[in-house]
Design a protein around this ligand. Structure first.
Ligand code: ARG
Length: 465
C-alpha cells in the first residue's frame, strides 16, 4: 500500500528500510500536544478568513479535540507507516470525520507545521528549564545565607589560595545560573516568531491571516520570510547552546561535590537520599548523582554539536535532514531538567562540616596574602617587596613543617624585624574573610546581603519571562 497521505503518484509502497529511515513517529510523537494546538489555531484562522466554512472548521476542531482526548488517555494508536506526528493526526482525523479532514491541510505544509510545533515545544521546555534554574538558584542562595560566615579554603589551580566563605562560593553559582537564565530568555525572545503559514517554502495563494495564528499560539508575530521560516532551526541551536553552558556550570559544581564529599577533603556529606553504596566495599558512600550530572554535560554539548552538523551546509529551504533535529533536543533538555532537579536536591541535602573547612583554611599558608597586605599597610612597603618577604617567611614555615601562623614572633622577625605582634590577627582565616569587604568580595557581611537580595528576588519573581 502506498502512503495514504501523499501516495497519489506512487504505485508501490516504500521498502521496509525506507520506512525505517523515514519514519519519525517513534520520537516526534512527543510533539502531539503542540501539533494539535497548532492545527486548532490554523483551522480557526481558515474559518475566520472564509477559506473553509464555519461548519467544516467546527467538525475539524471537534475531531482534533477528540484526538487530543485519545492521546491524553494514552489510547491513540501511533503508526509507523504514517511517518510522523502530523500524518498520524491527520489520518486519525480522517477516520473520525471523513473527507472534510482533508481541508485542514489547506494553506500549510508539514514544513511550516513542524517548525511551528517544534518552536512551541522548545518554548515550553525553556520555561520549564527556567524554573529549574530558579529553584537551584534559590537552594544555593539559602545555603549561602546559612553559611555566610563559614570559612573554607578558596582554591586556584586546586591549590589552597585564600580563605573564602562557603556562602560566597554558593553565590558564585547563583550568578552563573542567572546568566544561564538570561541566555534562555534571550533564545525565547528570538524564538517568538510564528512560522505557520509559510507553507512548503514560498507562502500560499490563500488569503490567510498569519497574525491571527501567531497570536493564538502566543507568538509575538509571524516570521517575515517563508524560506527562512521553514529552514530555520536557530531556536533549537540557541537553546542547546544555552543548555550546554548551563550543563557545564552544573558539571563544575557536581565536581566540587565529588571532591568535597571525598574522605580526603571531608568538607561535606550527602545524606543517604543522594548517596549510593558499593556492591563490594561496604564503607563506600558514592556521590553518583553528582557524577551523573557531571557526565550529562557530554550528551548535552554533544546534542548541540550534532544539530549544528545537521544544519551545516544545508541549502534552502527544508530538507529531510532537519527531521534529525528532534532527538538531540529531546534528549539534551530532558537531561538538563533532570540534572537541575538532582542538583537542587543535592544542594538542599548537603551537610557542611564547617570545622573541617575551617581547619583546611588554616593550613597551607592560606593567609600568606594577608601577611603581604599587612606589610604593605603597616610598614608602607611596595606590594612586590612585601610579596618577596612573605615568600621568605613562608619558606621558613615550610622548613619547620608548620603553617605560617604557627611561627613565633622572633622567627618572623628573623626575616623582617619590623613585624609586630598584631600581625597574628591578619593571619587568622576568620579575620581574613571579614577583611575582604570590597564589592563582590567574600566578607560574611557581603554574602549575607547578596544572599538576602537573591532570596527576595527569587521568591518574588521565580520566572524570568
Ligand atoms: N517529520 C518531518 C520532520 O520532522 C516533518 C516535515 C516533513 N516534510 C516533508 N517535506 N517531508 O521534519
Amino acid at each position: 500500500m502506498t502512503n495514504t497521505m501523499w501516495g497519489g503518484r506512487f504505485a508501490a509502497s516504500p521498502s521496509q528500510i525506507m520506512e525505517e529511515i523515514n519514519a519519525s513517529i517513534d520520537f516526534d510523537k512527543r510533539l502531539w500536544r503542540h501539533d494539535i494546538e497548532a492545527s486548532k489555531a490554523h483551522v480557526a484562522m481558515l474559518a475566520a478568513t472564509g477559506i473553509v466554512s464555519a461548519k467544516e472548521a467546527g467538525e475539524i476542531a471537534k475531531g482534533l479535540d477528540q484526538i487530543l482526548g485519545e492521546m491524553e488517555a494514552g489510547q491513540f494508536k501511533f503508526t509507523r507507516a504514517l511517518e510522523d506526528i502530523h500524518l498520524n493526526v491527520e489520518s486519525r482525523l480522517h477516520e473520525l470525520i471523513g473527507p472534510v479532514a482533508g481541508k485542514l491541510h489547506t494553506a500549510r505544509s508539514r514544513n511550516d507545521q513542524v517548525a511551528t510545533d517544534f518552536k512551541l515545544y522548545v518554548r515550553d521546555e525553556i520555561a520549564a528549564i527556567d524554573s529549574g534554574l530558579a529553584a537551584l538558584q534559590l537552594a544555593l542562595a539559602q545555603k549561602a545565607l546559612d553559611h555566610a560566615a563559614t570559612v573554607m579554603p578558596g582554591f586556584t589551580h586546586l591549590q589552597t589560595a585564600q580563605p573564602i566563605t562557603f556562602g560566597h562560593h554558593c553565590l558564585a553559582y547563583v550568578e552563573m545560573l542567572a546568566r544561564d537564565r538570561g541566555r534562555f530568555a534571550d533564545a525565547a525572545k528570538r524564538l517568538a516568531e510564528c512560522p505557520l503559514g509559510s507553507a512548503a517554502l514560498a507562502g500560499t495563494s490563500f488569503p490567510i491571516d498569519r497574525i491571527m495564528t501567531a497570536k493564538a499560539l502566543g507568538f509575538a508575530r509571524p516570521t517575515a520570510n517563508s524560506l527562512d521560516a521553514v529552514s530555520d532551526r536557530d531556536f533549537a541551536l540557541e537553546t542547546l547552546a544555552a543548555a550546554s553552558i548551563a550543563a557545564m556550570h552544573l558539571s563544575r559544581f557536581a565536581e566540587e561535590i565529588v571532591l568535597w564529599t571525598s574522605p580526603q577533603f571531608g568538607f561535606a556529606r550527602l545524606s543517604d537520599a543522594y548517596s549510593t553504596g558499593s556492591s563490594i566495599m561496604p564503607q563506600k558512600r558514592n556521590p553518583d548523582a553528582a557524577e551523573l550530572v557531571r557526565a550529562k554535560t557530554g550528551r548535552i554539548a554533544g546534542a548541540f554539536q550534532a544539530l549544528l552538523m545537521v544544519m551545516k551546509g544545508l541549502p534552502l529551504a527544508y530538507a529531510k535532514d532537519m527531521q534529525e533535529d528532534k532527538e538531540p533536543v529531546f534528549d539534551a533538555l530532558d537531561a538538563l531538567k533532570l540534572g537541575l532537579a538532582a542538583m537542587t536536591g543535592m544542594v538542599g541535602d548537603l551537610e557542611i562540616d564547617a570545622k573541617a573547612m575551617k581547619r583546611a583554611a588554616s593550613r597551607a599558608h592560606a593567609t600568606a596574602t594577608d601577611l603581604a597586605d599587612w606589610l604593605v599597610k603597616t610598614l608602607g612597603l611596595p606590594f612586590r617587596d612585601a610579596h618577596h618577604i612573605t615568600g621568605r617567611i613562608v619558606a621558613l614555615a615550610d622548613s619547620k613543617g608548620a603553617d605560617l601562623k604557627k611561627l613565633t614572633l622572633p622567627e618572623i622577625k628573623s626575616v623582617e624585624p619590623r613585624v609586630t605582634e598584631d600581625v597574628y590577627a591578619a593571619l587568622d582565616p576568620g579575620r581574613s574573610v571579614k577583611s575582604r569587604k570590597s564589592q563582590g568580595g567574600t566578607a560574611p557581611g557581603n554574602v549575607r546581603r547578596e544572599a538576602k537580595r537573591w532570596i527576595k528576588r527569587l521568591e518574588k519573581a521565580p520566572l524570568s519571562r
